[in-house]
Design a protein around this ligand. Structure first.
Ligand SMILES: Nc1nc2c(ncn2[C@@H]2O[C@H](COP(=O)(O)OP(=O)(O)O)[C@@H](O)[C@H]2O)c(=O)[nH]1
Ligand SMILES: [Mg+2]
Length: 273
C-alpha cells in the first residue's frame, strides 16, 4: 500500500510547484531526486539540507521525492518537516517492502511528473554519496548522455571507509558484469547513485511496465541497467568520492544474500530470461 503524505499543502511546496511551472514554461528542466529511505532518521536531514543547497547553488530547478519504505523510526517525520523548507514530496509505503519496491515507487512518482528535458536522479538516503556530484551528472546528461552513473571506478574516484568484504564484492561484480554484459561507458553496475534522462526512463517503464524493477533486493540496481542496455541509450560515468566512513547506522545490505541474488540475476539474464 502506497500513500502520498499531503506535504503538498505547505508554502514551500506551493512555491516549488509555482517555480516548476515557471521553469517548464521557460523551457528549463527540473531535476527530480528520488531517495529510497528505510530507517534513515540519522542521515536524512543532513543529506536533504546538502542536496537542497547544492541544487540551489547550481540554479537547478528541483524536487526531492523521499520514498519512506515503512520505516519504524522518524524518517517520515523528518521528511515531512523538511518539506516546509524545500520542495519535497513524501511517498510512504505502509509497511517495509524492500529497496526494489521503493525504487519502483520512486521512478513511477518522478517520471509521472516529468516534462521533456527533466532529469531523474536516484541516490542512497544514508548520506555517503556526495550530492555535490549532481550538477556534473546533470551536465553530462545535457551533453548527450541518457544515463550517468556516479562511479567508484573512474579516474578521480575515491572510496573511503568501505569494508574489505564490500570492496571485494563490488570489484567482483564489476569484473563479471563487464565480461558478460559489457555496456559502453559503464564500469560500476551496482551503484544506486545515477542520473537518468526522464524520457529514457519513461521509455523503459513503457517497455517493461511493472517488471522494470522486477528483482527483489539490492540486485535491482544492476538489473535496471541490464534492461536499459537493450535500448539505444548513451551511458557514462562521473567519478564519485564515496564517504562510507560517514555512514551513521549499519549497512542494510546483506552481503551473502546480495551476492547470491546477483549471480542468479546474471545467470537468468544470460539465458535470456
Ligand atoms: N526502501 C527501502 N530502502 C532500503 C531498504 N533497505 C535499504 N534501503 C535503502 O537503500 C539504500 C541503500 O542501503 P544502504 O544501507 O545505504 O546500503 P549500502 O550503502 O550499500 O551499504 C539506502 O537509501 C537505504 O535507506 C528497504 O528495505 N527498503
Ligand atoms: Mg548506501
Amino acid at each position: 500500500m502506497t500513500s502520498i503524505t499531503p506535504t503538498a499543502t505547505n508554502d514551500a511546496q506551493r512555491q516549488g510547484d509555482a517555480d516548476r511551472a515557471a521553469a517548464a514554461a521557460a523551457g528549463r528542466a527540473c531535476v527530480r531526486v528520488v531517495l529510497p529511505a528505510y530507517n534513515e532518521e540519522e542521515a536524512l536531514r543532513p543529506l536533504l539540507d546538502g542536496l537542497h543547497a547544492v541544487l540551489i547553488e547550481a540554479r537547478l530547478e528541483h524536487e526531492i521525492v523521499v520514498v519512506d519504505d515503512g520505516s519504524a523510526d522518524s524518517t517520515a517525520l523528518i521528511a515531512s518537516q523538511a518539506s516546509f523548507d524545500m520542495p519535497l514530496r513524501l511517498v510512504s509505503h505502509e509497511r517495509n517492502q524492500g529497496l526494489a519496491a521503493a525504487l519502483r515507487t520512486g521512478f513511477v512518482e518522478a517520471v509521472g511528473r516529468c516534462a521533456p528535458g527533466d532529469i531523474v536522479v536516484t541516490l542512497d538516503a544514508d548520506n555517503t554519496q556526495p550530492p555535490g556530484l549532481i550538477p556534473r551528472m546533470v551536465g553530462m546528461i545535457r551533453e548527450g548522455h541518457d544515463v550517468v552513473i556516479a562511479s567508484r571506478y573512474q579516474h578521480g574516484s575515491r572510496t573511503i571507509g568501505v569494508p574489505f568484504s564490500r570492496v571485494l564484492m563490488s570489484l567482483g561484480a564489476r569484473a563479471l558484469f563487464q565480461l558478460v554484459f559489457p555496456i559502453r561507458g559503464v564500469r560500476d553496475y551496482t551503484c544506486g547513485f545515477r542520473a537518468y534522462r526522464a524520457e529514457a526512463l519513461a521509455e523503459a517503464l513503457r517497455l517493461y511496465g511493472d517488471s522494470f524493477v522486477s528483482e527483489q533486493g539490492f540486485s535491482c540496481m544492476a538489473d535496471v541497467l541490464l534492461k536499459m542496455r537493450r535500448l539505444p541509450l548513451v551511458m557514462g560515468e562521473a567519478p564519485m568520492i564515496l564517504r562510507y566512513d560517514q555512514k551513521g547506522g549499519a549497512s542494510k545490505m546483506r552481503v551473502a544474500r546480495t551476492v547470491m541474488q546477483t549471480l542468479s540475476l546474471m545467470l537468468r539474464r544470460r539465458m535470456g530470461r
